[in-house]
Design a protein around this ligand. Sequence first.
Ligand SMILES: Cc1ncc(COP(=O)(O)O)c(C=O)c1O
Length: 433
Amino acid sequence: MIEERDDLYGAESAQALAAEVYENYKQFVNPPLARVMKISGSPVEVRAEGCTIWDQSGKAYLDFAGGYGVFTLGHRHPRVVAAAREQLERMALSGKTMFNVVLGRAARRLAELAPGDLQISFWCNSGTEAIEGAIKLARAATGRAKIVSTVDAYHGKTLGALSVSGREPFQSKFRPLLADSVAIPYGDAHALERELSDAAAFVVEPVQAEGGVNIPPHGYLQAVRELCDRFGALFIADEVQTGLGRCGYRFACDRDGVVPDVMTLAKGLSGGVIPVGALIARAAVWLRAFGDAPLVHTSTFGGSEIACAAALAAMDVLEEEGLVARARERGEQLLGGAQAIATEYPTVVREARGLGLLVGVELTHEGYGGFIIPEMLRAGVTAAWTLNQQRVIRLEPPLIVSGAEIDRALSALGQGVAAAYEKLGTLPTDSAR
Ligand SMILES: Cc1ncc(COP(=O)(O)O)c(C=O)c1O
């Protein structure tokens, strides 16, 4: 424990802090979430650094949930924190009436790193906002309304993004959603061919993350590129979770060597320190959509100096620390270990699959997960469900994770699976979501 720092946020004891947070959640944040988190034994996060989060009693957890992909550089990477701190001393948020140096530099740097001729970016504060922008851009650029997406996709929870996301329980209370949105099976180019002729865009994750870590066949994105060209629809690659090294490529689109018309980013873009989102488009496409209307798509907080300073530092760290190659190497270790556990317990684990440091462990029955995740937490490792497929546990550690940390996480997963098997035996195979 570190003495100087007030890890109890002024509370008298760890128990008092936990009780205070729970009451606040129950009364003022989200009562049903408070209940679920309490039942699953969720501690209070009080401090984080690198791959580790500490709770109110000083217990350390290896963060293999990784903020669902936010913490590509780990928590509070010193170079990103320093850049944000330095910017905070100058100017934190944009006044919007004058040119913003850091936004210009971040946009230029993103264009340098992005595949092919992706060039003009719009900066916002989250993934779902980036998707909203991409949908608007596609409609304005093509004069068409229809957006094609994929079954089990996850693009966010604002109304436009929700309309192209694939989980009924998230959508049902909010109908009618955006008209003219159609979902087709993921990885199926023939289905896309049937829907694309009158579409503004096809929005797709290069690896479906929240859908259960689904990796499309090689060549799928090339087929998408060809079909979008043939029908004059935009290819929107949602790299909010897969981009910036996560999958062992700078962008997961690089696996198929394709350049989309629009790419969306968020999560790791500002190194896990400040909220951020962005879309980046080919210049001709952007200009066709917004070229005559500079204020048709804007955001008060988007492109703030502090977020852009963090993003600039984060992009440098990603490149200079060789984290893309590292994700690929460590990803093989993580996936190999998870597959060995699957082989040992085939009645509990149906399959382990992944790309880079985005690994999904698919269980044969959802019920096992409710046992394995808390068991891993007790062993000091965080893991999480994928949002649209509750039978899949995602392992998504920072790209700076060490080999020894992966071994520790695998050992916690192995213990959790073994304990689930001992306690629950063989459950019937489940197709529930
Ligand atoms: C692929 C993808 N797109 C969009 C989003 C939405 O991002 P946000 O939660 O920042 O709105 C997510 C979030 O998990 C995502 O995984």
